[in-house]
Design a protein around this ligand. Sequence first.
Ligand code: FES
Ligand code: FES
Length: 173
Amino acid sequence: MTSFVLNNNPIRLDVDLDMPLLWVIRDILQLTGTKYGCGEGLCGACTVLLDQKAIFSCMISIAQVEGKQVTTIEGLANRESLHPVQQAWIAENVSQCGYCQSGQIMSAVSLLSETPQPDEQQINAAMSKNLCRCGSYQRIKKAIRRVVTHEVGQQRIIQNVATTGTLKQSDET
Ligand code: FES
Ligand code: FES
């Protein structure tokens, strides 16, 4: 038995404690916004927030999230609006096939909650583990810079990481 908080909802599960978090999120809890890419910590498609920091959910067992807060892409928006990072992604038309994008967004949210005014190097470092086979890297950077230059968005990011909403986005693959 394990318990943790997912997108502000308390979860108790009776599963194999060695099961990777990604499997639990997608196959058991049916939140498919978080993607399976490589399953080996090499692509970033499975990125979620664990206690507000970006981690690869394929590389962490469910036992390691006991008592912690997990946020997935489905937990970013609130009932009124999308998260500022999601809004910036739309404004910059970042997504191509979309497969990597929930992971990219979660890494960007983690970066901006820790470093609200990142410089180019910090952006590159924070986003370097998220791969995009469609080559959306320049648009991703533009979207992050768009959030950085909008003060309201920054405040919302900090609030949002503390109090994530429950609006479910469908991005089934
Ligand atoms: S699926 Fe987790 S890093 Fe690729
Ligand atoms: S948008 Fe296609 S893999 Fe990134």
